[in-house]
Design a protein around this ligand. Sequence first.
Ligand SMILES: Cc1ncc(COP(=O)(O)O)c(C=O)c1O
Length: 395
Amino acid sequence: MPPHEHMARPSLFDRIAAQHAERTRASLVRRLRAVEAVDGAHVTIDGKRLLNFASNDYLGLAQHPALRGALTETASQWGVGATAAQLLGGRREEHAALEESLARWTGRERALLFSDGWAANLGTIAALLDRDDLCVQDKLNHASLIDAAHLAGCRLKRYPHVDVDAARRQLESQPDAAAIVATDGIFSMDGDVAPLRALAALCREQRTTLMVDDAHGLGVLGADGAGSLAEATLTQEDAPILMATLGKALGTAGAFIAGSAALIDALVQNARTFVYATAMPPALAAAARAAVDVARFESWRRDRLVRLIAHFRGAAASRDLALLPSRTPIQPLVIGASDAALAIAATLEDAGFYVPAIRPPTVPEGKARLRITLTALHAESDIERLVDAIARAFA
Ligand SMILES: Cc1ncc(COP(=O)(O)O)c(C=O)c1O
């Protein structure tokens, strides 16, 4: 039958076209670009070799021979795919060994693998919180935590960035609701560290569970890289739900939740993104286990990062570049307008640096920025050249 001429039903494709036009007008179109080659801290894009300041491979492990070796050896033994969910024959000894290694490293009783950080956050929050329960979150938390609470259907309250008193008021407004306070460990777009000890104290006082997404802290913070909670000396009792990803400092992919045996057992029963998802490829689990060993025991990588961060901040200060107050490898330079941020990123690319502009809605309106990330693969001279180029781009 032909469509009704007078029907009022909106066309989704007309809507997409209108949204695209609006995005273009506001300099907010996102563009997919493929990297053609990677060597050390360099990437080749559109035929140009660029120093990469956008990678989350903080320790420089993604190309490490130990990880490559574990991946290929395990793939030649097991093949590639896990072929099924963990509960239905997809679990291999590599998964168990990686979970044990992650639990030991983070000082938690057990750990459970998920296919990625989104799945871990969503599966966990939806498994634990019902409709009348409360999820209190920092306004700048990663989208996967915020969306997890939306999709779980619980009550979501967001407090102003790192404002522990505001979090307290939100908990006090619903004293009878079971609750989770969820925060990033290191904030992904700002690079600052959450007030974890104050949040843990608040959670104790309010009989609430603290959940920390340490995607950017694992491998980076703490004496042996066990993350922001280890650095803050917070135990499993203080912070019962730890989520971290394997795709950043560990140079692989995937994520895990670490906590008590009771928590992990509950997730095995109830976390839908675990139960109904194909297990991680065993070769990837083996590569991630190799990465844990390198990250844990090669502390020179963290020491090097600390030196590079100080070097970058010193160089930026000497050129009057106003960085956000971050002591982590995420060093944002807020520019403001999206078109200005795009223009500076393009100028830097012409000068040989890959530092993409981060724009709304990833960051708040008017706060477009360069999100500069440092890794153990950078040299001091790379950093000096970048800072020079940024200063020239602003001139
Ligand atoms: C803080 C944070 N949490 C979760 C995620 C999602 O993890 P994944 O990439 O493994 O889905 C990311 C980014 O990727 C992140 O930055």
